[in-house]
Design a protein around this ligand. Structure first.
Ligand SMILES: Nc1ncnc2c1ncn2[C@@H]1O[C@H](COP(=O)(O)OP(=O)(O)OP(=O)(O)O)[C@@H](O)[C@H]1O
Length: 590
């Protein structure tokens, strides 16, 4: 009688497992005692089945760490164990969904029989956080090829299947009724993804994924389900709501018009130290009434920070009013800011207009591009900041205003003060708290997280399921300087969404200027038109002709770069002056 039949006769549910291998197969009962075993054990461990039936598996082979895995019902594959100095690999999977009630199937084979990369248990134990509870938390682990090497039943329960069925499958296609696993992406990027939503078995779960490294080398990845249903998160949030002291939402009225804030500190994505520090400062200063000056290049997120300050302050339910000082023509700025009464000037609206300062009463006014405010208006703004009251155009009645001022600039205001185009007194009034937002190129770590955030956003907006970027595309983004900062990154990803054909954004999907900047079009020293001209000649000209053309263009570009000085051009090119002359003659260059 075959082993499988024996095991089934003994009451073990082996499902449709294929047991016709050369391996030693052991069915264990609930106490990890050997219930039945095939003949191959003699070849592998030198014992006959009848000698070991009824004994604990741990008494027959030295299981080491794996013992606790088996006890906890964790399924694993390809784990090395040593028998008489010979390396073997073993697999284990409980036979049913309840590992403690059903026993399991243990398989042992010689190392040469295994053809998948091995991920050893110590990797797992060293790299996974020590607090992970293998028996209760929902865990999965894959090797570098994405093969499921270890999985426990709580994880498989989320997917509604038996853990043993998942073992050895490629995780890319192993999840039924779910979005594809992102563990391969985590291995591509080397970046952990924590507390992210993921569709598993038809429900949105909250999961974390981590790459596994050993001695700096990627050896796999692991993931865990934090909540099998996102609704659990809101239930928990409700439970703890009472412990979080939020400012009371004011009743509708003049001070609080019940307006909700659009962004808050959580909208600012960034895990770099610079951004963590910045967010901490934003939250701290939000509690104080002082004016704030936000400085940073265009697109670094100054407006987002202004929103975050407002949202974290006690003014959060009052209005946030944005004024772009550069966008409003000088002659309209005063009426925009101060408002006017009916008949104040020709063309004034019937009933007048409430100015931005008054609109911001009780809340925050964000003065963007403050450096562009004309000097006359600067004087008027200074008065408002000092007196905290405004007089609409055409009126004699002053109105007191309670607002917080957050101003932003992407030029150096000190220089403006020096050249006389910005008032010193206003500068010091605004500069009570100054925050500098670093450009993206100085916090490259954030590129990954912001990109991921953008991908999620565009997936939702465009109803697409882009998974991420391939390694080459990541490389381009990581190395690009982003002069337009996050705004430019956003545009780049949006543009890629319009180009992408598969589930991953490739380098070719990214905007041309990003590819060019990385020199990915082969010739970094030539400008775009020259590069394209050369590339277009592939197939039209011979290699020698293209090389000659390239040499001619490189010489010309070098001469342009050194202002036509031939000695310098020869030096730049690393050739002798006579050598350069010869080539100038050959290519008929002056
Ligand atoms: N840390 C960030 N996380 C997520 N999105 C960001 C971040 N910083 C900026 N953004 C996004 O980038 C875009 C530009 O940001 P924002 O308008 O706040 O920049 P800015 O510094 O005020 O630019 P400008 O000086 O040109 O007005 C917006 O779409 C914003 O939502």
């Amino acid at each position: 009688m075959g082993f499988a039949q024996q095991a089934r006769d003994a009451g073990f549910d082996l499902g449709d497992r294929d047991l016709s291998t050369e391996s030693w197969l052991v069915v264990l009962d609930q106490r990890q005692c050997i219930a039945t075993s095939n003949e191959e054990c003699f070849a592998l461990i030198g014992k006959r089945p009848e000698e070991i039936i009824g004994r604990r598996l741990g008494q027959v082979v030295r299981l080491g760490f794996l013992h606790s895995f088996i006890v906890q019902g964790v399924s694993f594959t390809g784990q090395p164990i040593w028998i008489d100095g010979v390396k073997h690999f073993c697999d284990y999977a409980p036979l049913g969904r309840d590992p403690h009630a059903s026993g399991g199937l243990f398989t042992l084979m010689r190392s040469e029989q295994l053809d998948i990369p091995c991920l050893e248990v110590p990797d797992l134990l060293c790299s996974m956080d020590a607090g992970s509870d293998l028996a209760r938390e929902s865990l999965i682990l894959v090797n570098t090829e994405g093969i499921i090497t270890m999985i426990n039943q709580p994880f498989a329960d989320v997917l509604g299947i038996c853990a043993g069925e998942m073992l050895g499958k490629n995780v890319r296609s192993a999840y039924p009724n779910s979005n594809p696993s992102r563990l391969p992406v985590v291995m591509d990027t080397g970046q952990a993804e924590e507390a992210e939503p993921h569709l598993l078995n038809g429900r949105h779960a909250v999961v974390s994924r981590y790459p596994l490294f050993r001695e700096g080398k990627m050896v796999g990845a692991w993931g865990k389900v934090l909540f099998s249903d996102v609704r659990e998160v809101s239930r928990l949030a409700e439970k703890f709501q009472a412990y979080i002291k939020l400012p009371e939402k004011p009743k509708k009225g003049r001070r609080g018009r019940g307006q909700e804030f659009k962004y808050d500190c959580n909208s600012i994505i960034g895990h770099s130290k610079a951004m963590k520090d910045l967010k901490e400062k934003l939250l701290r200063i939000a509690q104080r009434p002082s004016n704030v000056l936000l400085m940073g290049e265009s697109g670094t997120g100054k407006e987002l920070c202004a929103h975050a300050i407002h949202a974290a302050s006690k003014r959060r339910y009052a209005p946030f009013v944005r004024v772009n000082c550069a966008a409003i023509p000088d002659h309209l700025l005063e009426s925009e800011l101060f408002g006017y009464v009916e008949g104040a000037f020709t063309g004034a609206r019937k009933g007048g207009q409430v100015g931005k300062f008054e609109q911001a009463d009780g809340g925050t006014i964000f003065l963007d591009e403050i450096s562009d405010m004309p000097l006359v208006m600067q004087a008027k703004l200074l008065r408002v900041l000092q007196e905290r009251e405004v007089t609409p155009l055409g009126s004699t009645a002053t109105r007191s205003i309670d607002m917080r001022v957050v101003a932003a600039t992407n030029v150096n205001l000190e220089e403006k003060v020096r050249d006389g185009s910005f008032r010193t007194d206003l500068y010091y009034r605004l500069n009570v708290i100054a925050l500098e937002i670093p450009p993206l190129r100085e916090r490259r770590d954030d590129i990954y997280f912001i990109t991921k955030h953008l991908i999620d956003g565009f997936n939702a907006e465009f109803e697409m399921t882009v998974q991420g970027l391939d390694e080459e595309a990541w490389q381009l983004l990581r190395n690009y300087d982003f002069p337009g900062n996050i705004r430019e990154l956003r545009n780049a990803i949006e543009s890629a969404f319009n180009m992408v054909t598969g589930s991953m954004i490739r380098a070719a999907d990214l905007p041309l200027h990003i590819r060019r900047a990385a020199g990915s079009l082969v010739l970094p020293c030539l400008d775009g038109d020259r590069q394209e001209g050369l590339l277009a000649s592939i197939g039209q000209k011979t290699l020698q002709e293209i090389m000659d053309e390239m040499e001619r263009q490189l010489i010309q570009a070098s001469l342009e770069r050194v202002g036509g000085n031939k000695l310098n051009a020869a030096n730049v090119l690393g050739i002798s002056r006579p050598g350069l002359y010869k080539k100038l003659h050959k290519y008929n260059l002056q």
